[in-house]
Design a protein around this ligand. Structure first.
Ligand code: UDX
Length: 435
């Protein structure tokens, strides 16, 4: 029987989950406190760039499994299962801001008139799901509530694929009925033998942080090895490849670059440090990861200064501002920090990005020149700096670029180009951890 599900919060995670759960055959209502966003989504306008999302959204709306509802209370009342997928951003001190989540829980408590299973998709600190359970019971003792911690591991840019092909589904609850319900909701994955991990709230909450902090650590490790390679003339790509052949290590997340960014890794590593502080437990490894990662941005600037001398008055063609390829998301993007430093140092920035220019304009306004065509952005520049690993940059027409630039310099912070080909074309090429 199709489950009646409401997804509260239509950011990346909420929207992808809503669309995916509908595709599994569930009856899904997506809702959000941002009424304008609901209006846009109802008209078929998708506020984010995520490959594949539009096709799935259109299909499930057409087949009437997916609706967008402005009235949050009504959405809650018309469903049995509520996925909370609201934002849980970082406060200045690194602690997680739970204001949206607390608001959502209070609304669910006050507006529910029938039994509900409340599923937490948002990444939340240890203890939050227990708090949700207690709050719901306290505020509305007449309604039976079940709570499940069900963290999401999807990657932006590959979110639809990840939703349908997850490595695991984590179900954090001791409530056996809720465990069964979750298995039913995810039935197509269960039938495909996707591993389901059943555990308590705290374990599920910590799985998410441990998972992300480990990946962030892996990136940071290879970044430090790359920095060492720069000094000694070794090639980090070959090192990463060789390391990846060790089955215990795996080749994934060993790509060096300007440091990790995005809406998850920076926030989740900072939050894990705070959780450690709260429980008086040493999280110094993760603390170092955060520190080293921030330093990696300035290291990119130092490398550029080694190539160009003073950046004052230099004209830089910045290729990419998204925090990684296949997304328009610039949250905590290393490219944003690097461009900010370039501007502070008196450089002029010509920016190209295939998807993220609109977001960049909101942030940098008139401080940067924006280009839809990457070759136009190169005209009379002192250097090209590749900041995001878009495929378009892997296939750069080097001869054309050479004819447009003032100085023939490429600084490739994502190692997307072949150094040898760049040298042969007459470029001074610099990557990260390889020359
Ligand atoms: C991440 C997790 O992968 C996902 O499981 C979780 O649900 C949310 O956070 P996402 O933020 O979409 O997903 O991006 P991801 O592909 O993991 O990359 C994160 C950052 O690390 C990016 O800035 C990326 O450029 C960087 N990165 C990644 C590297 O610098 N090197 C690598 O080898 C891999």
């Amino acid at each position: 029987m199709p489950y009646k599900i409401t997804v509260l919060g239509t950011g990346y995670v909420g929207l992808v989950c809503g669309v995916g759960l509908a595709d599994f055959g569930n009856q899904v209502i997506c809702t959000d406190i941002d009424g304008d966003k609901m209006d846009l989504l109802s008209k078929g306008f998708i506020p984010i760039y995520e490959p594949g999302l539009e096709e799935y959204l259109i299909r499930n709306r057409k087949e009437q499994r997916l609706t967008f509802e402005k009235d949050v209370d009504r959405a809650i009342q018309n469903s049995d299962i509520i996925f909370i997928a609201v934002g849980t951003p970082s406060k200045d001190d690194g602690e997680v801001d739970l204001a949206f989540l607390q608001e959502a829980v209070k609304t669910i408590a006050n507006k529910s008139t029938t039994p509900k299973t409340v599923v937490t998709k948002s990444t939340v600190p240890v203890g939050t799901n227990r708090w949700i359970e207690e709050t719901l019971k306290e505020q509305n003792p007449n309604i039976p509530f079940s709570v499940v911690s069900n963290p999401e591991f999807l990657r932006e840019g590959k979110a639809m694929y990840d939703f349908f092909h997850p490595d695991k589904i984590v179900i954090g609850t001791d409530d056996q009925k809720a465990q069964k319900t979750m298995q039913e909701i995810y039935r197509p994955l269960y039938l495909l033998n996707t591993p389901f991990i059943f555990c308590n709230y705290e374990t599920a909450e910590l799985i998410k942080y441990a998972n992300n902090a480990f990946l962030a650590t892996k990136i940071t490790f290879i970044n430090q090895i790359a920095n060492l390679c720069d000094e000694i003339g070794a090639d980090v790509n070959i090192i990463a490849k060789a390391m990846g052949m060790d089955g215990r290590i795996s080749p994934k997340f060993l790509h060096p670059g300007p440091g990790f960014g995005g809406s998850c890794f920076p926030k989740d590593t900072r939050a894990l440090i705070k959780i450690g502080e709260h429980y008086d437990t040493d999280m110094s490894l993760v603390r170092e990861v955060v520190r080293i990662n921030e330093k990696q941005r300035s290291r990119m600037i130092e490398k550029l200064e080694r190539l160009l001398g003073s950046l004052q008055g230099k004209k830089i063609c910045a290729l990419g501002i998204a925090f990684k390829a296949e997304t328009d998301d610039i949250r905590e993007s290393p490219a944003v920090d690097i461009i900010k430093i370039l501007l502070q140092k008196g450089a002029q920035v010509n920016l190209h990005d295939p998807q993220a220019l609109e977001n960049a304009k909101k942030l940098f306004e008139n401080a940067v020149n924006y280009y839809e065509d990457m070759y136009q952005a190169m005209k009379d520049c002192d250097a090209i700096v590749i900041l995001t690993e878009w495929n378009a940059y892997r296939n750069l027409a080097l001869e054309k670029a050479k004819s447009l630039l003032k100085q023939k310099i490429i600084f490739d912070t994502r190692n997307v180009l072949d150094p040898e080909t760049c040298h042969q074309t007459g470029f001074l090429y610099e990557g990260v951890g390889r020359r």
